[in-house]
Design a protein around this ligand. Structure first.
Ligand code: ATP
Ligand code: MN
Length: 462
């Protein structure tokens, strides 16, 4: 008999038929006449109840059925008498795939803390919480491709190994095949990278944007969706050393087009998750965050506030609030400042624009005031910055002047500058940190809990 996934079991037309299910045991309880097993196969947050009539089975047969064991059951699917169940299976046959010794199975007990589960990252996908998170994450990834595909964007794959050490977004992980115990040196005693794999120093990318611009200035509208790496020693609930980023880049877009797209994009993804991962989001709300669904619906149905950095700083200065990091015009805003604006002042997501050029990247379009650039950060409740983007400086001379001011090594930038030398166009783009979106939609509070295998300083076990 063909296996039925548990997610497909609750359709009314399945009732009264023989079914075959396979999965992992959540619980077993009962008495000497009847035993009940709650089975989950990962296809849904829901378990199916399997009823064993103990006149048909022996105690010996059911003994290996403990929490975590994997089994295969066939039987009749019938309407359930039990509370909250629509259907249950009257077991006819039982096959045990694998046992899970209750003495040693780490997830034997219910109600482990998220911290404990981080230490068991290899098994935590089998918990209700992580099953729900992984399914929401997958739904969001699909929504992202769907959103861009429906709008005629092309999916562009940018390299993970890069030779430009000037991307500027953060510290990088070096990539090398040199023997670190016996490094080749040149006459001046420096490492001789001509002997390295690529003949020069290389690292894991911190962003696909610069290559994304090459795509956008050729095929119009592109997006990337892939891993990025930051070697910063930042142990926060919002930073990973390896995370996934979505980076759309659009020719002929200005900063307003860019903001409109960013707002439509995040609303679409959240709306998609609400419609397509409802059971999982409801479970997470019930377990961790009672206001979750209300918050998600609020974001989807309200306009984001748009204001300049200068106006934002003024509000913060006049707030009378004592912040850990002082706030003044020119300061890089910290998460506490961003969250004050979003959670306390406006009570809405905020898009902050026109930041001081000193705290933003070299490629952002310079405003006529000579002080600010056309940057835009999208700030969310609970998260702070979820998106960072800008209109790009398309003027060759202005871009080059900025590169020289910041003493960015030109030899690394020649290919990027060619986009401005040949057929330059106004263009814009942004980067969404995928895990920050998953954090927001799942209501989790630590970014380590929304990626299957988190990489953070001192943590690359699983
Ligand atoms: P932050 O100020 O929060 O450290 P950033 O300004 O350095 O972020 P960008 O370079 O603008 O980040 O990257 C674009 C987006 O990628 C951010 O808006 C954020 O959503 C996400 N992001 C950046 N760094 C990380 C990280 N270490 N882990 C997870 N997501 C990140
Ligand atoms: Mn940013």
């Amino acid at each position: 008999m063909k296996r039925t996934k548990i997610v497909d079991l609750f359709a009314p037309e399945k009732l009264g038929h023989e079914v075959s299910v396979m999965g992992w045991v959540r619980t077993r309880r009962g008495n000497k006449h009847v035993q009940f097993v709650a089975l989950n196969d990962g296809s849904t947050i829901k378990n199916v109840q399997i009823v064993f009539d103990m006149s048909q089975f022996t105690d010996e047969q059911l003994k290996p059925i403990t929490t975590g064991a994997s089994i295969h059951v066939t039987g009749l699917l019938v309407e359930s008498m039990g509370k909250g169940q629509t259907a249950e299976i009257q077991a006819k046959t039982l096959e045990i795939f694998g046992t899970a010794d209750p003495e040693t199975y780490p997830l034997q007990k219910k109600g482990h803390t998220l911290e404990f589960l981080r230490e068991k990252a290899h098994l935590r996908p089998r918990t209700n919480t992580f099953g729900a998170i992984l399914r929401v994450r997958s739904a969001l990834a699909f929504a992202i491709h769907k959103f861009f595909n429906e709008r005629g964007f092309f999916y562009l794959n940018t390299p993970l190994i890069t030779a430009s050490d000037c991307e500027g977004a953060g510290a990088m992980f070096q990539v090398t095949t040199l023997n670190l115990n016996d490094l080749p040196k040149d006459e001046s005693g420096k490492v001789d990278y001509s002997a390295d794999f690529f003949g020069k120093p290389t690292a894991l990318t911190v962003s696909g944007q610069l290559e994304g611009e090459l795509g956008a200035t050729a095929i119009g509208q592109i997006y990337t969706f892939g891993p990025t790496f930051r070697a910063e020693n930042s142990n926060t609930p919002r930073h990973l050393s390896e995370f996934w980023m979505i980076e759309p880049e659009m020719a002929f877009y200005d900063i307003t087009d860019n903001m409109d797209l960013a707002e439509e994009f995040v609303k679409y993804c959240i709306g998609y998750a609400l419609d397509n991962a409802k059971d999982d989001i409801e479970f997470l709300a019930q377990m961790y965050d009672p206001e979750l669904i209300e918050r998600l619906k609020f974001v989807v149905s309200n306009d984001f506030v748009r204001l300049t950095y200068t106006e934002g700083v003024k509000i913060l200065e006049e707030s009378g609030r004592k912040f850990e990091f002082p706030v003044y015009w020119g300061a890089d805003l910290q998460s506490e400042h961003e969250r004050y604006l979003v959670e306390e002042h406006f009570r809405k997501p905020v898009i902050l624009t026109d930041y001081p050029k000193e705290i933003k990247a070299f490629y952002m379009k310079q405003n006529d005031d000579g002080k600010t650039v056309r940057a835009m950060d999208v700030l969310f409740p609970k998260i702070g910055e979820i998106i960072g983007g800008s209109e790009r400086e398309e003027n060759y001379d202005k871009l080059l002047t900025r590169i020289n001011e910041l003493e960015i090594p030109m030899k690394d930038m020649w290919w990027y500058l060619d986009t401005r030398r040949f057929g330059t166009v106004p263009h814009a783009g942004f980067g969404l940190g995928f895990e920050r979106l998953v954090l927001f939609v799942t209501g989790m509070t630590n970014i380590r809990d929304v990626i299957p295998f988190p990489r953070t300083p001192n943590n690359a076990e699983f």
